[in-house]
Every structure is written in C-alpha cells, then in structure tokens.
Design a protein around this ligand. Structure first.
Ligand code: HEM
Length: 468
C-alpha cells in the first residue's frame, strides 16, 4: 500500500460563508474544497468581491509571466504585513517595485551566490553542532528556523545569529509570528476595503521592535560603508548598488524595508522547506540512506562546486517544495475586465494562484500526493517542473532568493543527513497548516542520532569517493 505523507483534510463542496470563515481562520488549506485538486479554475463569491483560483498552467502563465503588469499584487495581501514590511519589494507594484528589483537583483546573481556560499556552509555547521548537543528527540521546525535565520544574518550582515542584535531580531520575530498567523487572510476574507484592519497591539509592538533593531543594523552599516570598513556581504552590495536608470541608491529608510522582507521571506520559507524535507526523509528512510550516501562524498568543508554532485539531495529538496510549498497561495488583482475559460472576470477581482493545489493537481502529476524524488527524472516530472511547479512563483515577480534558497536547502540537507539519522516518531506525525508559511500545527519532532562517519551507508555512493 502506498504511504502518503500528511495532507490536510478538505472541506465539503458547499458550506455557509460563516463556516468557511471559521475554517479559514484555523487554516487556509483545510478551508478549501477537494475539487480544487482537479479543477482548472474555481470561482468564490463573497458579498464584497469575487475571487478566482486558477489552476491551469496556461492561465498561471498568463497572469504571472505574460502580462504581470495587468495583474499587480493585491493590496489586501499586504494588510497584515505592512506594519513590519513598510514599502518593501514584496508589497509594492509598478515603477516603485521595478526600481527596487533593479537594485536588489544583482545581489542574488550567480557569481554572488558563490561568494555567499561560505556563510551558508558556516550556518549549516553551526546547526549540526547545535543538534549534536541537543539529544534524542529534536523539535526540527524550531531548529530549522534557527538555522535559516542564521543563514540570513551571516549572508546579509556577516554576523551569526548568536550576535546580540541578531538574536534580538530573531526573538522579536517569534513574538510577531505568534500574533500574525495568516499571510493572506485579508485577501480572502469578505471584508470591504474600508473595513478597519485593526492590527493587534502586540503585532504592532513586535513589528516596531524588529524595525528599530533593523534600523540600528542598517545605520551602522551605512557608517561602515562611508568609512570604507564594510564587509563584502549582501547588505553592502545592495546598499552600494545604484539604480542603473536613475543612478540613485536606496536611502537608509528604504533599506530597512528591504532588510525586513529578506529576513521574513528568506528565513520563514527556507525553514519551512527544510523542516518538511527532514520529516519526509525520516518517513522514507530508503531515500534518507541515498541522500546520506551522496552526502558522504562531500569533503568536510564542501566548496560551491560540490553542489553539482548533490543531484539526488536537490531532487529531495525539490520534492519537499512540491508537497509542502512554503508559500501555499499568492494573490493578484485584475486591473480591467478579463475573460478566463469563457468566463467574464470583472475588474478588481482577486486572482488566487495556489502552488499547493497546482503541485498536487490530479490531472497533471503522476502520484500527486506521493513522495517520489525520482519523478524529476521522468518525462512527466520534467514537463510538470516546467509547467506546474512554482514554489518560488515565476515571471517578473519570481522570488529574488530562489537560487540562494536552492543552494541553502540542498547544502543544509546534505550536511545534516551526513551527520545524523532522522527517525519518525510513530504517532507524532505533523499536520500541515498554512500560517505565515506552510508549517506543522504542533511542530515537527524527530528522533535524531549521530551517524558514524566511517560506516558504509546501505546504498553505495553515486560517486567514486570511497575508492579515492
Ligand atoms: C525555500 C525558500 C523560499 C521560497 C519557497 C520562496 C518563495 C517565494 C514566493 C512564492 C514569492 C512570491 C510571492 C508572491 O508573489 O506573492 C517570493 C518572493 C520573494 N522572496 Fe522568496 N522564497 C524563498 C526564499 C527566499 C530567500 C532566501 C530570499 C532572500 C534572501 C527571498 C526573498 C524574496 C523576496 C524579496 C520576494 C519578493 C519579490 C517580489 O515581489 O518582487 N526568498 N518568494
């Protein structure tokens, strides 16, 4: 019998608006009907606006790739995040957003990724050391949040998470998350635009505290840049890159908004993906042994070039992104009337693109709910990777950190599985829910034991490292 990893229950096809809202508040995913795993498009009517979930690759392409300017980010999406993110690249549209991307994108280009690699590796080694000291059952989600936040601080500001100010940002961020559970709630809930959003006092306090700390970091860095003593990291790169069109750099205030999104988008998402990837490897130990065999070929201190030898590990990380896409849904808004699948879509409608449903679409994927990293080498898998796999979105607004996240995810997974064996705790399987990202309702606990480096893995290594 096929062993399917956990998936949230779907609701019945027809429910009252009140019931839908109640389900939605608990979790966006289980508030959706099962038919979305087969449908190409679905319409949701609320008293104040209509939303359309599109699930057909050609339609997703139309919105994200072909005419992105006709489908800007919906303002509703930013409602909950604005106190923290201000006017960051994640929330803006039009010329303001285009200018921000022209400044930010060069920092994430291929060559720069190679430069950030040692900092990512150092964060991986620190995570291995922490778990090593941690004992038997480990709260993996927490540890992966710690590791991913460490990656961001080391690559952005050349400081480990243990540095006092970084630790304070991380601490405040946890407080923020507890008060701001659902990313896109305002985009779906049937509230009119004028309805006061009423951010909770604790959300506002935590957001202000995080921004004060980030301001301190950014002001200090600006002074170091002016004194010629700044380290060559992502923050320096972004703060010294001028917009090629206007020749103007970010002001310190603008940089604070961008750092806030790098921290939020860069650590929450990677932590979610790594947590699920480790759970999947614990649940499917034969795949874990293959990853361990591949990782055993790495030198103690792998260089950037070693990544090309981690093909299977990358396929496992990709499969985790397919089954548990950290950003489960994205929302855009129509700026004029549209016609999708012979249906008129009025101006001002919400267009919902759901990586969660697209990645498990029964009419596109073989074995959509199964864990099969081997699929990426099949014809269907390759076609789906091109047409129906969008964990980082696609088109002009594709995630700026996509390449960075693939390096981080693959390397950390390999380093962790090289050091430890992860085992599922029977009766303690995680239940996926969509909070800020797709997380486990009560965390992910795994039994962790050190691997002895000398012992041969059950699978022979794909490379010839044992013979050298
Ligand atoms: C596994 C890890 C990650 C996943 C799955 C992911 C996913 C995404 C997705 C789906 C979007 C588009 C959201 C939308 O259009 O509504 C996005 C945007 C973004 N991501 Fe990531 N992300 C990851 C890691 C990172 C990292 C490491 C960084 C930076 C260090 C980053 C920075 C950003 C930024 C700045 C945007 C906004 C881009 C724009 O709107 O133009 N992300 N990410």
């Amino acid at each position: 019998m096929t062993d399917f990893p956990p998936k949230p229950a779907s609701r019945a096809d027809r429910v009252s608006l009140w019931h839908y809202m109640r389900l939605f508040r608990e979790d966006i995913l289980s508030a959706q009907p099962a038919r979305l795993y087969r449908a190409w498009m679905a319409e949701f009517r609320t008293p104040f606006f209509r939303s359309y979930l599109i699930n057909q690759p050609a339609l997703v392409d139309e919105v994200l790739k072909a005419r992105p300017l006709a489908f800007p980010k919906s303002d509703r999406v930013g409602e909950g995040l604005r106190p923290l993110l201000g006017r960051s690249v994640f929330l803006t549209n039009g010329p303001e957003w285009q200018r921000q991307r022209r400044i930010i994108d060069p920092a994430f280009e291929g060559g720069r990724l190679r430069d950030t690699f040692p900092a990512i590796r150092a964060a991986g080694a620190a995570s291995v050391a922490r778990i090593g000291a941690g004992g038997c059952a480990v709260e993996i989600e927490q540890e992966m949040s710690h590791a991913a936040a460490d990656v961001i601080f080391r690559t952005l500001f050349s400081m480990p998470i243990e540095a006092s100010i970084a630790a304070r940002v991380f601490h405040e961020f946890r407080a923020y998350q507890r008060t701001q559970p659902i990313l896109n709630a305002a985009a779906f809930l049937p509230l009119p635009r004028w309805f006061p959003r009423g951010h909770r006092a604790e959300t506002r306090r935590a957001a202000a505290a995080i921004r004060a700390l980030i301001t301190e970091l950014t002001v200090t860095r600006m002074a170091e840049i002016e004194a010629g003593t700044a380290p060559d990291d992502l923050a320096t790169k972004i703060m010294t890159t001028a917009d090629p069109e206007s020749g103007v750099c970010f002001t310190t205030a603008e940089m604070v908004d961008q750092v806030a999104i790098f921290f939020l988008a860069g650590h929450e998402t990677s932590a979610s993906a790594l947590g699920w990837a480790l759970y999947l490897l614990a649940r499917f130990p034969e795949w874990q042994e293959r990853v361990a065999a591949e990782a055993a070929c790495l030198p103690e201190m792998p260089e950037f070039s070693a990544l090309s030898r981690l093909k299977l590990t990358r396929d496992v990380f990709r499969e985790a992104l397919r089954l548990y896409p950290p950003v489960p849904m994205m929302v855009r808004e129509t700026t004029g009337p549209e016609r999708f699948r012979d249906r008129d879509i009025p101006k001002g409608s919400q267009i919902v693109i759901s990586p969660w449903h697209l990645h498990r679409h029964a009419r596109l994927w073989d074995n959509p709910d199964g864990f099969d990293p081997g699929r990426w080498n099949t014809e269907t898998g390759k076609q789906c990777m091109r047409e129906a796999f969008i964990p980082f979105s696609t088109g002009a607004r594709v995630c700026t950190g996509a390449g960075f996240a693939m390096v981080e995810g693959t390397l950390l997974l390999a380093m962790l599985v090289r050091a430890f064996r992860f085992e599922r705790i029977i009766g303690d399987d995680p239940v996926p829910v969509a909070y800020l990202t797709v997380r486990a309702r009560n965390g992910i606990r795994l039994k962790v034991s050190p691997r002895s480096r000398g012992r041969a893995a059950a699978f022979p290594p794909a490379c010839d490292c044992r013979r050298r």
